[in-house]
Design a protein around this ligand. Structure first.
Ligand code: ATP
Ligand code: MG
Length: 429
């Protein structure tokens, strides 16, 4: 029986292992057959190492289809190869799973594959070190966000994604049959997380949003991951500070501790982080008007307007104090100017990354806002009753995690930072 365990990863080969027996395991990337011996490049999750194969193992090794899974025993020696300081002189070469001779993509990335083909073979695509680096960064980003929020006394929660009625009202909901009734996929955990501030004070959820958006852009998917935060006894500027901290910590981690992966990802990303500018909506209108883009107070910032603003502010910036009428029913107005709301977006250039704000916590005011927005308070009765149980003033936000990863890895398309993207066309794999 073949021992399937490795003793070392390729990046652990070192001077003090020279002359010793090791077992390495991974996938065959390249085979160079030069007659009496062959050089084989074996890739594992940490990188690659060179194998020198002679004798009995030679005929097996040179016949191995590329990308087959193998485990190999041998002795570590110094290598003369340009790319490898060490190599393993093989004594035992075992194929664990043969790869097909014709693969759908070249996972080494030497032959460029169309992005649709790569998505169709995503698991194999991950063997490309550049792609793997992007997703390792994604995992690291989530870890930093969780750590930061825990340190700020947030509890992580999970709220249902199958819901019985439209949570925020309106369009963009996926509906489906649910035991003879109609159910929907949650667009966001907004109402649940607000209710949970009653018991937890501070909550966060990292989970999927589902939106039946018929958009064909590089920044919209029908399923995406958001970091949702809600905190009792806070105002919206506290949440702006928190967003700044979250983004700063992720950037700090990438810049200081994940340099190798950032370089491997090989994309132009912006990891120079300073304080984030805070503009108001009305300042944005002024700036746009100077650029010849005339908008009236109350107009939403169109894609074109945001692209203009993104040329003036190339990195991160906040847009605060949006007109109340542009915001959902649960957003609090500004006390000193009720035309405006206690709301903010975090932008990166033209791209919206976060929306957040102070929420209404008074049940009567919430009901009257529902009515003003053409919604029926009766359909929100489950939510509204929690407001009679001592609802604290609270604020929160939703951060589009995939979009943040686009910015921090320099990806031009959200599909490059999502393992199995879902959009209007794609439902597989
Ligand atoms: P947009 O105007 O860009 O469509 P939105 O204002 O509708 O976004 P929100 O409801 O504020 O989005 O959702 C919170 C965050 O989730 C957004 O700031 C964005 O980062 C992200 N997001 C929203 N829609 C999508 C989507 N379809 N695909 C990926 N991320 C999204
Ligand atoms: Mg938004």
């Amino acid at each position: 029986m073949v021992d399937i365990h490795r003793t070392h990863y390729s990046n652990q080969l070192s001077d003090n292992l020279v002359g010793q027996q090791v077992r390495v395991a991974g996938w065959v990337e390249d085979i160079r057959d030069i007659g009496k011996l062959a050089f084989v490049v074996l890739r594992d999750v940490t990188g690659a190492c060179q194998l020198v194969v002679t004798g009995e193992s030679l005929p097996v090794a040179v016949q191995t289809p590329r990308q087959s899974a193998v485990v190999v025993s041998g002795t570590v020696q110094k290598s003369k190869a340009r790319d490898f300081p060490y190599e393993v002189k093989v004594t035992e070469f075992s194929i664990l799973a043969k790869a097909a001779n014709q693969l759908p993509i070249d996972p080494t990335g030497r032959v460029e594959s169309a992005s649709d083909k790569r998505l169709d073979a995503r698991a194999l695509d991950l063997r490309n070190p550049r792609v793997a680096a992007i997703f390792r960064l994604r995992s690291a980003g989530l870890e930093v966000i969780r750590d930061t929020l825990r340190k700020e006394n947030f509890s992580e929660v999970n709220t249902p994604k199958i819901i019985g009625s439209a949570s925020e009202g309106g369009a963009n909901l996926f509906g489906f049959d649910y035991f003879k009734r109609k159910a929907y996929l949650a667009q966001s955990p907004q109402l649940y997380k607000e209710q949970l501030t009653l018991g937890f004070d501070r909550v966060f959820e990292i989970g999927p949003y589902f939106r039946a958006e018929n958009s064909h852009t590089v920044r919209h998917l029908t399923e995406f991951i958001s970091v949702d935060v809600e905190a009792a006894f806070t105002d919206y500027t506290d949440i702006i500070d928190l967003v700044e901290k979250l983004v700063g910590n992720v950037i700090g981690e990438f810049r200081d501790k994940r340099k190798a992966d950032v370089e491997l990802a090989g994309l132009e990303s912006d990891l120079s982080f300073t304080k984030i500018d805070r503009l108001t909506y009305e300042q944005c209108l002024d700036e746009l008007s100077k650029e010849g883009e005339k908008l009236e107070f109350g107009d939403d910032l169109s894609d074109a307007a945001l692209r203009r603003l993104g040329e003036i502010h190339r990195g991160f910036y906040f847009i605060m104090d949006w007109p109340l009428k542009l915001k959902p029913f649960y957003i609090h107005e500004k006390e000193d100017d009720p035309r405006l709301s206690k709301s903010f977006d975090l932008q990166y250039g033209y791209l919206e990354l976060v929306s957040g704000g102070r929420r209404l916590h008074d049940s009567d005011r919430l009901k009257s806002r529902l009515v003003k927005q053409g919604l029926n308070p009766a359909s929100f009765s489950d939510h509204l009753k929690a407001f009679d149980w001592g609802m604290p003033p609270h604020s929160g936000m939703g951060l589009g995690f995939d979009r943040l990863m686009m910015v921090l890895t320099g990806a031009q398309n959200i599909r490059d930072v999502v393992l199995y993207p879902r959009d209007t066309e794609r439902l597989t794999p």
